[in-house]
Design a protein. Structure first.
Length: 95
């Protein structure tokens, strides 16, 4: 993850992951909006699985544990509150 912009109100983070990778379970401490530029991934949260692909925008509520499984090389932008953090689960179990 690479921070691209931080203002008084929000931050934009770029995420690029290769096919076959995953982003382990984590939470954002503010609401987050994922904007997919390219590729495909599965977003798993709130007991549901969502397919993310080019042009998809997905809101994720604050403190909602979620994870990503990358199906095709993936590039997305995440918009969060400027003071938000991303906290990965200490225990990484099976997906």
């Amino acid at each position: 993850m690479k921070p691209l912009q931080i203002t008084d109100h929000y931050q934009v983070v770029k995420v690029e992951l290769a096919a076959g990778c995953s982003m382990p379970r984590h939470v954002a401490t503010s609401d987050a909006f994922v904007i997919v530029e390219s590729g495909k991934a599965l977003l798993i949260f709130a007991g549901e699985t969502y397919e993310l692909s080019k042009g998809v925008n997905m809101p994720i509520p604050a403190n909602e544990q979620h994870m990503l499984k990358i199906l095709e090389d993936f590039k997305a932008y995440i918009v969060l509150a400027n003071t938000a953090g991303i906290q990965f689960s200490e225990r990484q179990g099976s997906n």
